[in-house]
Design a protein around this ligand. Structure first.
Ligand SMILES: [Zn+2]
Length: 270
């Protein structure tokens, strides 16, 4: 049995394609990594201690905000601001950024605009260093970087333009239904780049000539009925692990969005 505060699962790629997962529990500044792929087909028990510890200030509480923060930190940290979810709303230039020093390290850096195939074709953005982690966290089966821009704000402008013709979100129910079908990502890129031409010229975006990458998630069986597990309502969860996709654990009796419980104290029995 291991106890600690949940972090999002750690991913890595084996042979450049197969996704390997580790369950992460943090306590007193130390993270423990528990290999998960080997537990597929086995029974796992999770028990919530029903207390969250803020990722920023370590204050404890019965609820968390913005995936792992106390309400105070959620209200004051730049990384919890609306512009992180909607980067086109970046207000750094207006001088009203909650933490300009933080923004200089995370937002005023080159960003990648990509196409991914998660629950279908979508557009997304990420910092270069977050590739391929971002795609694996989303459960994308394919991804293709298409543009590089100077800031998070500019990536948001491009994303918003593409969101007119495709989704910018993943439908988690669709994602967990099946493996997903393959798309011709290069063809999709060629379809959308002309739409972005005026913006690419206006902002001097770099068109990337990357190849598409594809990923295989460790899932032995997809659920017939998708029911989400609520650890706040039902603190103890026990079931056979059928697979892992994105940040979801797929059990024979429901699916658990691990990310939703970031900073929750719990025990896990693998
Ligand atoms: Zn806090």
């Amino acid at each position: 049995m291991s106890t600690g505060y949940i972090r999002k699962m750690r991913t890595s790629l084996l042979d450049g394609k197969n996704v390997n997962y580790e369950f992460v529990l943090a306590q007193d500044g130390v993270e423990k990594y528990l290999p998960l792929n080997a537990s597929i087909g086995k029974k796992i028990t999770l028990k919530s201690h029903q207390v969250y510890e803020c990722l920023n200030c370590q204050k404890q509480g019965a609820k968390s905000y913005g995936q792992g923060y106390c309400f105070d930190c959620f209200s004051k940290l730049a990384e919890c601001d609306m512009c992180i979810v909607k980067p086109e709303l970046c207000h750094y230039d207006a001088g009203t950024c909650r933490e300009p020093r933080w923004a200089e390290r995370y937002c005023m850096k080159p960003h990648i605009v990509y196409l991914a195939n998660s629950s279908g074709l979508k557009v997304g953005i990420t910092r270069e260093q977050q590739i391929p982690t971002r795609w694996l966290d989303q459960g994308a089966v394919q991804a293709l970087p298409i543009l590089k821009v100077e800031t998070r704000y500019l990536s948001g402008v491009m994303e918003k333009a593409l969101a007119q013709v495709m989704s910018d979100k993943t439908n988690w129910r669709e994602l967990l239904k099946n493996e997903g079908s393959n798309l011709n990502m290069i063809e999709e890129r060629e379809k959308v780049l002309p739409l972005l031409k005026p913006l690419i010229e206006q902002y001097g975006a770099e068109i990337l000539a990357s190849d598409a990458v594809s990923f295989q998630y460790p899932v032995s069986q997809f659920p017939e009925k998708i029911q989400s597990i609520d650890l706040d309502k039902t603190p103890e969860q026990s079931g056979v692990l059928l697979g892992i996709k994105g940040q979801y654990l797929i059990f024979d009796n429901g699916v658990l969005n691990v990310r939703k419980y970031t900073s929750l104290k719990m025990e896990i029995n693998l």
